[in-house]
Design a binder for this molecule. Structure first.
Ligand SMILES: [Zn+2]
Length: 410
């Protein structure tokens, strides 16, 4: 199964916005943007919301049918590993092999030696088309990179083979984004070489980029440094396809955490410059649009209750996301204060319009990780989504289209 050139990952925690999300892709198509929708849900999200992967497949199929989408689409088993993949096998046709937890696991010295020997052609001064300077890879760097990543990429091979033995056609992504340090372009090249040695037909790869990709808020870091790194990564991927025999469709997957507005113009420009493909994953931004829509609809009691729950359970909710959020508790309004807000003020504080003085990224990040609170409300929450489907859906579509698809792919 070959992944198309441009694709957008969309997450939907409560499985009510499939059509609203697909509408955003259709809006893109009207402008001539051919983007393939991919519905993604991680094992972590399924566990927190207590859903099964079949529900995501059902949602995707239903949305496609309802809106008469005649293009390709995929269902991504996001961030799985050998211990979690099995329940996704039936419903998914896209698998994100998350091997971040296996980074820096010890590898036998003879394995490392064999890798360094196999990588001999890459060692030295390597001219890669599109790179301003030759890539310098010393034997010591190759050895250190193997010590850090070889076990993880062998693990990717084990997960890939486990799926392949049970499943016919699927797209393989490898992710190492949820680690502590970003991978340099040289490391990315060696990682791709490791995957080719494992015969993993990787089509999308999610490195960790420089800077902070906090959930639901803009990039924190140096955009110029990101630009240089992204530019180099694109050159490296093209080289790896040619030299290592990896799939022609290989492209970067940006696990954006959504809402990286200051990076989207850079990504847009560089993808065009290289004639590259691109996959961008978003997820929680849709759940936040649900809350914004509910605020617009005047569901004051419900949104205040969710905020109160989120505020009082801050530590519990933030813990699983500690590497991808930066919340200053001092900048969070108290629930009593929020109870005094109008619904419109709630929506403006939450909606990601950086120029709006009411916008509060701390408030937004807290609610981003608070979907567990809404999940526990069960039908009290989903009933409100159904009652207000139109206004909620309008916000979901506009957010994905105007703030994501258009600046990234337009
Ligand atoms: Zn990720």
């Amino acid at each position: 199964m070959i992944i198309e050139k441009f694709s957008i990952g969309m997450g939907d925690r409560f499985a009510h916005q499939g059509q609203a999300q697909l509408r955003a892709v259709i809006e893109g198509r009207k402008l001539g943007l051919e983007i393939v929708p991919v519905w993604n849900k991680s094992n972590r999200e399924h566990t927190i919301v207590k859903t099964e992967p079949a529900s995501l497949r059902g949602e995707a199929d239903a949305a496609v049918q309802a809106l008469g989408w005649d293009g390709p689409y995929h269902v991504d088993a996001d961030h799985i590993n050998l211990t979690t993949v099995d329940r996704f096998l039936e419903a998914s046709d896209f698998f994100t092999l998350d091997v971040a937890d296996y980074v820096a696991r010890p590898t036998a010295p003879e394995e490392i030696a064999r890798f360094v020997s196999d990588a001999g052609g890459l060692i030295g001064s390597l001219c890669i088309p599109g790179l301003e300077h030759p890539l310098e890879i010393s034997e010591a760097l190759a050895r250190a990179t193997a010590a850090k990543f070889l076990y993880a990429m062998q693990e990717a091979g084990r997960i890939y083979r486990h799926i392949r033995e049970r499943k016919g056609r699927f797209v393989t992504e490898v992710s190492v984004d949820e680690t502590d340090t970003p991978q340099t372009p040289a490391e990315l090249l060696l990682i791709l070489f490791m995957l080719s040695r494992e015969n993993v037909p990787v089509q999308t790869i999610a490195p960790k980029f420089t800077g902070r990709f906090n959930k639901g808020v803009d990039y924190v870091g140096d955009p110029a440094r990101f630009e240089q790194e992204f530019d180099e990564d694109l050159a490296i991927l093209a080289y790896a396809v040619k030299e290592f025999g990896l799939p022609q469709s290989l492209k970067l997957s940006v696990h954006s955490g959504s809402d990286k507005f200051s990076l989207y113009p850079i990504i847009n420009r560089l993808v065009k410059k290289h004639g590259a493909g691109l996959h961008v994953k978003t997820a929680g931004t849709t759940w936040l649009e649900e809350l914004i829509g509910l605020a617009e609809a005047g569901e004051a009691a419900l949104i205040r209750k969710i905020y109160r729950g989120a505020y009082s359970r801050y530590e519990e909710l933030a813990a699983p996301y500690s590497t991808v959020i930066d919340i200053d508790p001092a900048k969070l309004p108290s629930p009593d204060e929020v109870d005094g807000w109008s619904c419109d003020h709630f929506a403006q504080t939450l909606r990601h319009i950086p120029s709006n003085p009411a916008y509060n990224p701390h408030f937004r990040q807290l609610l981003h990780v608070a979907f567990k609170v809404a999940a526990e409300l069960g039908t009290e929450y989903t009933g409100a989504l159904e009652r207000n489907a139109e206004v909620v859906g309008r916000n979901v579509t506009a957010n994905l289209f105007e703030r994501h698809i258009r600046p990234i792919f337009g």
